[in-house]
Design a protein around this ligand. Structure first.
Ligand code: M6R
Length: 644
């Protein structure tokens, strides 16, 4: 989703902004732009639809050293943006930064201004002319209008104008703003969209040698400094040579609490793979090892959900007490995280014997859900910034539920707002298409389920030991699943021009079918649906013919024969049925049922999603790759969905 960067300091602003925007590219975007002031304090704004490279080319053709020599204050100050279109097409004009009529203020925005239409009409009535179709432009025009109506001689005056503007704006936003009258300051605001400020001391001891980087994500700041201020909602910040000024929407002064964050620079390295997605699929064995490390020591030790160092701390006792008294779990998430939640439901209900509901966070947040103090809400989000998941979590907490988060980004809003977490240890996931984070989320849910079953003694201890032993074997089994991609490549090549596909499975692999279909849709743009195989005859069977591939996940378990019967019913309607299987199949029956069979390592059926997901990820990857799609940054999608 949109990414904001801002810089104030003594270094040349363009390279820093481009480098910072590049670290945010993984979020997904469709245009980019920058704005800065030259030595005469004139604004320069450059914007280009498409990839960041287009903006870089434009800048290379246009910029001269004189233009980029800093502004009238002797500092370099700039803002930059990658845009994910919500209001108005993805073109140069709608790209950010946006400016007011008088070209006095430039602004970048992440989020949605819900009452933009009313603000725009009121400003047009006052003679302001809008150039873009965006919701964002109304904010900068309103700032400029108020700056013409209110005193605007000092930085304090402009702070008051920002506050007045925000009183009139509804919606979700992170903003970064430059006013040409105050060239030695950079302003920013956060409200329901992430924003962080990094402070670096270029020359320790000399206060005028501070520099600041503002960004939507700490990964863009990590190359410059580890001192980070995580803004909270409704906070307004401005930075300059004399430091950080922080206040709330009423102008009340706040003390900036900077934290030292040990986050290395984002490794934007494909490590020899053609795409990040393929690299991240191949990282899964290590992700599982890492996720189990320190938590699952051996099959006979109880699961440790919290780090070793907290073993004797009250946190462990509190968590154990909570997990013992919980009578119902509600899991919320979106997209892939939602699918991981569904896998968790099968696993946890089986072992813990309490009801587990899984709900799309976007639906949950607008319902009037039933919650009590024995409900544990489990919020799953790779990014920890998904607007729907954040709001659903806050809603449940308000209603009295305890909240446990499963996120890959402990520095995210979700991670920072939660007091109970099972961190996901997937490492930074760059490809928009979630792969290794799905696997790591499932591991986190399995560990939660095992820990609860142990504490509540709700499952046979031998069964729990067997599952733990099985989990420890998973990394090697995923390695084996990854070691021979050729049959999957052949299937992908054969079917990549299909317009539709079905993914079917039973039981705990039903969510794997949903996830397989989601992967294919999002990176190849082929229409795909995931179904429980038992549902085929209730509707989808009507569309089966020899143009339709059906990808079936077939595992060893009580429903194996029923699954094969469902596949035979599809085959009888001329559909092409391809099996991804870890089951021991009768060879004659298999040959009569399946057009191709891709064998996978066998494990306990409850653990099988960890393995059966892998061939479906590879299938989607190779189909998209053969179609020449932009695998890592599929059209219209964002890695971090910070708007509703
Ligand atoms: O960061 P989150 O896990 O909260 O993101 C939720 C979805 O937007 C995300 O899983 C999306 O469906 C992925 N692109 C799927 O690959």
């Amino acid at each position: 989703m949109c990414g904001i960067v801002g810089y104030l300091g003594k270094r040349s602003v363009i390279p820093i902004m481009i480098e910072s925007l590049r670290t945010l590219e993984y979020r997904g975007y469709d245009s980019a732009g920058v704005a800065f002031l030259d030595p005469q304090n004139a604004f320069h704004v450059y914007k280009a639809a498409g990839k960041l490279m287009n903006l870089e080319q434009l800048l290379a053709q246009t910029l001269t050293p004189a233009m980029t020599a800093g502004n009238a204050s002797g500092l370099h100050v700039g803002i930059g943006h990658i845009r994910w279109a919500t209001h108005g097409a993805a073109n140069d004009i709608n790209a950010h930064p946006h400016m007011g009529d008088q070209q006095e203020i430039a602004l970048v925005h992440n989020g949605i201004i819900e009452n933009y239409y009313e603000i725009k009409q009121a400003l047009q009535a006052k003679g302001r002319s809008f150039v873009s179709d965006t919701d964002t432009e109304c904010v900068v025009q309103l700032l400029e209008q108020l700056a013409s109506e209110m005193p605007c001689e000092t930085v304090d005056d402009f702070r008051a104008i920002i506050r007045e503007t925000l009183q009139r704006v509804e919606g979700a936003y992170a903003l970064s703003i430059i006013h040409k009258r105050f060239p030695a300051r950079l302003f920013a605001v956060r409200h329901h969209a992430p924003l962080v400020v990094g402070e670096a001391f270029v020359d320790k001891g000399r206060s005028d040698e501070r520099e600041y980087v503002i960004a939507s994500d700490a990964v863009a700041i990590a190359p410059h400094t580890q001192r980070i201020l995580f803004l909270r909602d409704q906070e307004i910040v401005d930075v300059g040579p004399d430091g950080i000024h922080l206040c709330d929407l009423d102008g009340g002064a706040l003390t900036p609490e900077l934290e030292t964050v040990n986050m290395g620079p984002l490794q934007i390295d494909k490590k020899g793979f053609k795409h990040f997605m393929l690299k991240e699929i191949h990282e899964q064995p290590d992700v599982v090892r890492n996720s189990l490390s320190g938590r699952l020591l051996d099959p006979h030790h109880p699961i440790r959900l919290l780090p070793l160092e907290s073993e004797d701390s009250p946190a462990v006792e509190q968590l154990e007490a909570l997990l013992k008294k919980t009578s119902r779990l509600v899991i919320v998430g979106c997209g892939t995280s939602y699918n991981a939640g569904l896998v968790g439901k099968y696993f946890i209900e089986d072992l813990v014997r309490i009801p587990v509901e899984v709900e799309s966070a976007g639906e949950y947040r607008y319902r009037n859900p039933i919650v009590d103090e024995n409900t544990l809400l489990v919020a799953i989000s790779q990014s920890g910034e998904t607007a729907d998941t954040l709001q659903a979590t806050r809603q449940a907490a308000r209603l009295g539920a305890r909240v446990l988060t499963i996120t890959n980004r402990e520095d995210s809003t979700l991670g920072r707002e939660s007091d109970l977490a099972v961190p996901v240890r997937a490492g930074v996931e760059v490809s928009v298409c979630a792969t290794k984070s799905f696997t790591a989320q499932i591991i986190a849910l399995y560990l939660l389920g095992l820990a609860m079953a142990e504490l509540r003694q709700s499952a046979d201890p031998q069964r729990l030991s067997d599952l733990k032993a099985g989990l420890l074997r998973i990394p090697a089994q995923i390695e084996s699943a990854l070691s021979a991609p050729e049959p999957i490549q052949a299937i992908a090549r054969h079917f990549c021009s299909t317009r539709n596909a079905l993914f079917i499975a039973r039981g705990i692999n039903f969510p794997v079918a949903l996830e397989g279909a989601l992967k294919l849709k999002e990176i190849s743009y082929i229409h795909a649906e995931g179904y429980s195989a038992s549902e085929l005859k209730h509707g989808p069977i009507a569309m089966l013919d020899d143009s339709l591939p059906i990808f079936a996940v077939v595992t060893q378990g009580p429903l194996l024969e029923k699954m094969i019967s469902n596949c035979q019913e599809a085959k009888a309607r001329d559909a092409h049925v391809i099996a991804f299987t870890s089951a021991t199949l009768d060879s004659n029956k298999a040959a009569q049922t399946f057009e191709s069979i891709v064998a996978m390592p066998q494990t306990d059926e409850l653990l099988s999603p960890l393995i059966m997901t892998v061939p479906l990820q590879l299938l989607a990857y190779y189909m998209a790759e053969y179609l020449g799609k932009d695998v890592d940054q599929p059209r219209n999608l964002a890695k971090s969905v910070t708007v509703e």
